[in-house]
Design a binder for this molecule. Structure first.
Ligand code: DAH
Length: 343
């Protein structure tokens, strides 16, 4: 009997130490200790070999042992069930992660940032103006007289409730707003969206984007204008690109010019993009008209300045080989996701 007692002690220690990490191991415990051929039953079978006077005492010990094994089984079952509920067990950490779609910058944004950042490096400060504008800032202050054809309903979207309000037809309105603030000198670059009452087609749209530039100080000359734009062109289109200025007319500048760059698609030889001329027009510019200064309460005898304005869509179409302007505003993900690279 002593031998049996020490065996029971040994099993008790074993049971105490037993751990199960899942229900399979719990079941293994049950079979080993509490099963029909398990240790508890086997030891109980030894009862018949115990001397009659010791039977009561041994029965007590055996009963304790059985209860001990059973309560261990219960607690193993509970903790295995708990750990199965915990998220650590339900998540398969070896599975590949969820795809998080990453957006990309719009090609117009890319081109605008690129243009703007070149001028920022020259000390031009970015500003923006309203898209719903009054007649004064979009036309009158810019020396566009009352009968100027650009004011025609055919070209300009007017706000029905108030004929003085319109959707700006160019970013030149920001020039006026900046000059009216009266803080001189001014060196600014003004990107934004503009609207014109045009039939929508592959080549033109009723809204598009421009970047306006303005530089006002004492003694600013046309040479400064040219030098600034030369720098821009070299940064934007490369060192080998040629530039030419053609005399032009804008009511708000005098003299006025348009600037062409040698076609960066065909290198000036002549192609469809440059209509076989070898040149691509990229902006309008000129020296700020004295009337514009006066309209903004700036003394034209003290200050001079230059201004320029360029579209964003066309350079973007040329750079990315986009052949339909409508693609920019259709929000087709297949189109948009092609412009992931930063430029
Ligand atoms: N506002 C003109 C347009 O929309 C572009 C332009 C031409 C802006 C000459 C200027 C400028 O500032 O000096 O066609």
């Amino acid at each position: 009997m002593d031998q049996l007692l020490s065996q029971i002690e040994k099993y008790k220690k074993e049971i105490e130490k037993f751990t199960a990490s899942d229900s399979k191991e719990v079941e293994e415990f049950r079979i080993k200790y509490l099963g029909t051929k398990g240790i508890v039953k086997t030891i109980m079978g030894e009862m018949k070999n115990v001397a009659a006077e010791k039977k009561k005492e041994f029965g007590q010990v055996l009963n304790d042992f059985k209860l001990f094994a059973e309560s261990k089984y219960e607690s193993l079952k509970e903790s295995a069930a708990d750990s199965q509920k915990s998220p650590a067990n339900t998540i398969d950490l070896t599975l590949p992660g969820d795809d998080i779609p990453i957006g990309s910058r719009h090609p117009i944004t890319l081109m605008r940032n690129r243009i703007v950042s070149i001028f920022q490096r020259l000390g031009f400060a970015v500003a923006e103006g309203p898209e719903i504008e009054d007649d004064w800032h979009n036309f009158t202050a810019l020396n566009l007289h009352e009968h100027h054809p650009a004011r025609d309903m055919q070209d300009t979207f007017y706000v029905q409730q108030n004929p003085d309000w319109l959707l700006r037809t160019h970013t030149s309105n920001v020039q006026i707003r900046e000059m009216e603030r009266g803080i001189l000198p001014i060196r600014g670059i003004y990107p934004g969206r503009v609207y014109r009452n045009e039939t929508v087609s592959a080549r033109s749209h009723c809204f598009f984007h421009q970047v306006e530039g303005l530089y006002i100080d004492e003694n600013v000359s046309f040479a400064d204008l040219k030098q600034t734009l030369y720098f821009f062109v070299k940064e934007m289109y490369g060192k080998d690109v040629k530039v030419r200025f053609r005399p032009s007319y804008f009511p708000f500048t005098e003299p006025s010019a348009e600037m062409d760059v040698s076609c960066f698609i065909c290198g000036g030889v002549g192609c469809n993009i440059c209509k076989k001329t070898g040149w691509v027009e990229i902006l309008g510019c000129g020296m700020v008209h004295p009337n514009v200064f006066t309209n903004c309460r700036i003394d034209p005898n003290k200050y001079t300045g230059f201004a320029f304005g360029m579209g964003i869509e066309r350079p973007a179409m040329l750079k990315y080989g986009i052949n339909d302007i409508r693609l920019f505003s259709e929000n087709d993900v297949r189109f948009l996701k092609q412009f992931t690279s930063a430029i």
